[in-house]
Design a protein. Structure first.
Length: 406
């Protein structure tokens, strides 16, 4: 609880540090620092509310359970939301009595290091929340293979997630994974058109598209497809791209030059496979790793840009006909992390929400993460859930105690 207060007291400094860390707009950094403070507050509040049960078993005697810490938790986080993900994994682990060894991404260690200082200032004993910096192949694998680490919580790419499971298997470490996504934004012709367009922009360009929940596949019912593409393209061209520390900035640069090259290689692949650029497609000249918000149309479901996570400000727009077609296209992915449905028909919204193969879905909204609710993916988007009270399952073991009273 005290650490949560210290995060709030230092919010301005932390937000600036996060913007310098990632290159993300300062307004987003402020929100993410606030989420970090809220996480520590929420899970601090759980410490005296989560317990075991007394169970009416068949055997005579008393049957009860305790929820106990797992032990040392090795937590590995990516560069896109450094302080937010650090907080949402570490705070439930610490609240349930575990210790944490956290490795930030090598590109973005700054806010995690500052958080560790604040933890000491809050009175957390040394060694309870440790930050270990370094490349994944060295510092990361040291965590994955250390015999004293009993639990691995990883957020990052599906490729490295597989490695985490493989190495964790040696000691049967508990593993939870938050991995990649290629989420669908399913837009029906009876939607609130203007709100759907505005949300299609923010839910794909937020954090410059470097967001596991980015709605990078925009599926639009055919009768409004052309009108929607026109409005989306206009809106993409109006996005204020620039200095992360300027208050007006809506989209900053990409995290590194090499990441921008990777995103550009997807734009080249889209062109080569026959999709049409409706907006953007260019890396900006000069300082900073900026990339114009990019819209592809004439996209076929089998193209690379429709299947793989690009992790940049690039969307693929595809038309669909019936509700059934829309759902089939939305589910045609190895991933299942997030998604949105836009319609004014409440029955359809709930029908489609149930049919979506995903861990999180929003109706008439582009939101994904709610501190109070479980967050995570199905299929190759991950294993387990973070956030909400569901996260506590990943950071506790059940102990069953039976007392013979005869
Ligand atoms: P990444 O997998 O390359 O790296 C993630 C972390 O793993 C980094 O700290 C990295 O240093 C470490 N790492 C790399 N190789 C390792 C190894 N061999 N052993 C141990 N650790 C290793 O991911 P990234 O490029 O930092 O982030 C982008 C990815 O993260 C995207 O795929 C995105 O979808 C995913 N992501 C998922 C969520 C989610 O909640 N599902 C949230 C944010 C990001
Ligand atoms: Mn990476």
């Amino acid at each position: 609880m005290r650490l949560s207060q210290l995060i709030r007291d230092n919010a301005d400094e932390l937000a600036k540090l996060e913007s310098r860390n990632v290159g993300k707009p300062i307004r987003d950094s402020r929100d993410e620092v606030a989420l970090a403070a809220n996480c520590f507050e929420y899970y601090a509040g759980a410490t005296n509310k989560i317990g075991g049960q007394t169970i009416p078993g068949a055997a005579p005697g008393v049957l009860m359970t305790f929820r106990e810490p797992v032990g040392v938790c090795g937590i590995i986080v990516p560069w896109n939301f450094p302080i937010a993900i650090t907080a949402w994994k570490s705070s439930p682990a610490l609240a349930m009595g575990n210790t944490v060894v956290l490795k930030p991404a090598e590109q973005t260690p700054m806010t995690a290091l500052r958080l560790a200082e604040l933890a000491l200032e809050a009175g957390m004993p040394e060694g309870v929340f440790t930050v270990l910096t370094g490349p994944g192949s060295v510092a990361g694998e040291a965590i994955l293979t250390h015999p004293l680490v009993r639990k691995l919580a990883f957020t990052g790419s599906t490729e490295i997630g597989r490695r985490v499971m493989e190495l964790g298997a040696r000691d049967i470490k508990r593993v939870s994974l938050e991995l990649g996504g290629k989420s669908a934004n399913l837009i029906f012709d009876d939607c609130d058109f203007d709100r759907a367009v505005a949300s299609a922009v923010s839910s794909s360009l937020g954090n410059a598209g470097q967001d596991c929940c980015a709605r990078s596949r925009i599926l639009v019912q055919r009768s409004i497809h052309d009108r929607f593409v026109q409005a989306l393209t206009d809106a993409f061209e109006k996005v204020i791209v620039g200095d992360p520390l300027a208050d007006a900035t809506e989209m900053g640069p990409l995290v590194t030059r090499s990441h921008r090259e990777r995103v550009m290689s997807y734009i080249d692949a889209g062109r080569a496979e026959g999709a049409t650029l409706a907006a953007g497609g260019k890396a900006r000249e000069g300082a900073g790793t900026y990339l114009d918000p990019t819209v592809f149309v004439d996209v076929k479901p089998e193209m690379k840009i429709a299947r793989e996570e690009i992790f940049g400000p690039v969307v693929a727009v595809m038309p669909f006909d019936s509700e059934e077609d829309g759902v089939r296209m939305a589910n045609d992915s190895i991933y299942g992390l997030s998604g949105s449905i836009w319609t004014r028909d409440g029955s359809r919204a709930l029908r489609v929400a149930r049919a979506f193969e995903t861990g999180n879905i929003s109706i008439n909204s582009g939101s994904s993460v709610h501190l109070e609710a479980p967050f995570g993916g199905v299929k190759q988007s991950g294993i387990g859930r973070e956030l909400g009270l569901a996260a506590l399952d990943a950071y506790t073991e059940w102990k069953t105690v039976y007392i013979d009273v005869s």
